[in-house]
Design a protein around this ligand. Structure first.
Ligand code: NAD
Ligand code: ZN
Length: 378
């Protein structure tokens, strides 16, 4: 199947691709690793051999069945992924077998969002849950989560959901750039536009929050306060650029007062990356009156709402959020170049490299707060 030419390739066209995937059959249940048959890449699609796939908290929320992101079960989840193109469907002329790619949000280049100067939610991002199943396992139809599904040895996705990257970049690190690292760095640099000399507070120092720290440092922030209930995050947060660390479990209810005191009235930029309503409220309450911008990055459980006092908005506090840090696929190669120049560090954030078979153990570790980012290696 690798680099077949001519007759052999034609003979195989239309034949399902046998591979192995971690399937979420029902919300709330562990992943089951099983054989699956993928529909071959038809027009506009690409078959990728997965080399690395990061475990993002978002997939955990979806698997537990409490995420607002629409996904149909049974499903192969996974949206962080890097791999090698094996086959391209009809009409795909700008990727070829052997190219290195990462999965990303689509960019059609033509819709209102793609033509807007800051839009990064291409119209084709939506409706992935409306697509029919694209694989089977033992005869059961299975969906590809978000139209991708990287928790598998191979995946087939739209050309639009892939970004070609330079071949010298390590797969585990670029797979992290297909969501977590980009979301964090982009949230600081592109979405919030942190500037030189700014003060920044980050709530939640996981796979995303630690990269918000790196983005804030790259943008020239001088006060970077990391907030996390897990004291194990302090050392790495400081190494990546945090100037202070606060543990809310020790501070208790006084957390907002303490942070506002530390920043003399609130920070220029605050970020929420824990995915909880209480920390979202705290992030909003610690953005400085007058101009402070609070950026929501964490995904709160479906149906939960945040309270906002309109007078706070009148007083100039700003509230915003973003997907993937506001980054577009076409901006990703710049981040890969910065990574390869050593301007930020992903190597020491990848604390576990696991085979697909250990995916449940990887997510159990995330739930227990152990390690930083786990990446499946194929
Ligand atoms: P993670 O599990 O690695 O990190 C979460 C961190 O929050 C942990 O370090 C945890 O100790 C900390 N935390 C928990 N409760 C806290 C509290 N009360 N105060 C302070 N810190 C607390 O998760 P992650 O992969 O970094 O993802 C973080 C969030 O970002 C999730 O909600 C995820 O769904 C979301 N996310 C959003 C986007 C986006 O595009 N907007 C992309 C990826 C992930
Ligand atoms: Zn993610």
């Amino acid at each position: 199947m690798l680099h077949m030419e001519g007759e052999q390739r034609e003979r195989l066209q239309g034949v399902p691709i046998k591979t192995t995937a971690a399937i979420a059959f029902r919300p709330g249940q562990p992943f089951i690793v099983a054989d699956v048959e993928l529909d071959p890449p038809d027009a506009g699609k690409v078959l990728v051999q997965t080399m690395a796939a990061g475990l993002c908290h978002t997939d955990l929320g979806v698997r537990e069945g409490n995420s607002p992101i629409p996904v149909q079960f049974p499903v192969v989840l996974g949206h962080e992924g890097a791999g090698i193109v094996l086959e391209v469907g009809a009409g795909v002329h700008d990727l070829k077998p052997g190219d290195h790619v990462v999965s990303f949000a689509p960019e059609c280049g033509r819709c209102g969002s793609c033509r807007h100067p800051t839009g990064n939610l291409c119209d084709s991002t939506f409706g992935h849950h409306m697509l029919g199943p694209t694989m089977t396992s033992g005869g059961t139809p299975i969906h590809a989560g978000y139209g991708i599904g990287t928790f598998a040895k191979h995946f087939v996705t739209d050309r639009m959901r892939l970004v070609a990257v330079r071949k010298d970049a390590p797969f585990d690190e670029i797979s992290y750039l297909s969501c977590g690292a980009t979301t964090g760095i982009g949230a600081a640099m592109i979405s919030a536009k942190v500037h030189t000399g700014a003060s920044v507070i980050i709530f939640g120092l996981g796979g995303i929050g630690l990269n918000i720290i790196q983005g804030a440092r790259l943008a020239g922030a001088t006060t970077i306060i990391g907030v996390d209930i897990n004291p194990a995050k302090e050392a790495i947060a400081r190494r990546l650029g945090a100037t202070e660390y606060v543990n809310p479990s020790i501070v208790g209810d006084g957390i907002v007062g303490l942070l506002n005191e530390m920043t003399r009235g609130g920070a220029d930029f605050t970020f929420e990356a824990a995915g909880r309503i209480d920390t979202m409220q705290q992030a909003f309450a610690t953005a400085r009156i007058g101009w402070g911008v609070c950026t929501i990055v964490g995904v709160a459980p479906a149906g939960e709402t945040m309270k906002v006092l309109p007078y706070d908005l009148i007083m100039g506090r700003k509230l915003q959020g973003n997907t993937l840090g506001g980054v577009r696929g076409s901006q990703l190669s710049t981040l890969v170049d910065l990574l390869m120049e050593g301007r930020f560090d992903l190597k020491s954030l990848i604390t576990d490299r696991l085979p697909l078979e250990d995916i449940n153990a990887g997510y159990d570790k995330m739930r227990r707060g152990e390690g930083l980012r786990s990446v499946l290696i194929f």
